[in-house]
Unconditional design. Structure first.
Length: 235
């Protein structure tokens, strides 16, 4: 009977649970001048070859590394499911976020060794004004992927979407000025948001290592208020 077959399958599955061994990777973080960086945080990332992007993992919680955790400058990060490929996201005080090159995970051999180079990155600066040309304080300025589109799908799965930029969020000061610092080089999209004004997006803002990208003056308009009445069967 069907019940007997399901019972047999369940019993077979119970007797044949196979646990796969996990691997590890050794990481060393250095500055552009070759100096060893001894304090940093590291996250695990999936590497998507087709999109050339890094994706979040369920096990991508922050791992903090201190000098006492290092062995000849290397830190061993365990608990990787083979085969990958994977990558590492590294954040160190005073440096821009950096990524490692992709690497596979094998079990039974030598741990892969990955050297991650960190730098100060670049910055983006500008001024936000209202429609009348006056400085607009308290405007939310955030970085998103250059290809990011605002829609229900992206809002729902935003935290799971792969990226390769530095995600930052700040507000303009009293003069309407903002400056996003220590950004990983690459193309960015900026989102400007204010409760009393229409939102605005700016694409193709390129961040270059060691340089400041000035986007000039951004103007937000208050937009139009739309009102109406909803009727159901005339009521």
């Amino acid at each position: 009977t069907l019940a007997s077959m399901l019972n047999y399958i369940n019993n077979e599955m119970d007797r044949h649970i196979v646990l796969e061994a996990q691997g590890a990777v050794r990481v060393k973080v250095v500055a552009k001048n070759g100096r060893l960086v001894e304090r940093y945080s590291v996250w695990r990332k999936s590497w998507y070859e087709a999109q050339q992007m890094y994706g979040n993992m369920m096990t991508s919680g922050e791992v903090r590394v201190n000098p006492r955790d290092l062995e000849n400058g290397w830190f061993r990060l365990t608990g990787w499911d083979p085969p990958g490929p994977y990558a590492l996201e590294v954040r160190a005080p005073g440096f821009a976020m950096a990524y490692s090159t992709p690497f596979p995970i094998t079990v039974g051999g030598e741990d892969p060794e990955v050297v991650v180079e960190v730098s100060e990155g670049g910055s983006i600066a500008g001024i936000v004004q209202g429609g009348d040309g006056s400085p607009l304080a308290g405007v939310g300025v955030r970085t998103v992927q250059n290809e990011w589109e605002e829609n229900p799908i992206s809002e729902m799965f935003g935290v799971m979407m792969p990226y390769k930029i530095t995600l930052l969020n700040l507000q303009t000061d009293r003069s309407g000025a903002f400056k996003l610092e220590r950004l990983t080089p690459g193309p960015y999209q900026l989102r400007f948001e204010h409760p009393d004004h229409s939102g605005l997006s700016m694409r193709d803002v390129v961040v270059t290592e060691g340089q400041r990208t000035d986007v000039g003056t951004i103007r937000l308009v208050q937009g139009t208020l739309v009102t109406g009445t909803v009727l159901l069967d005339g009521a």
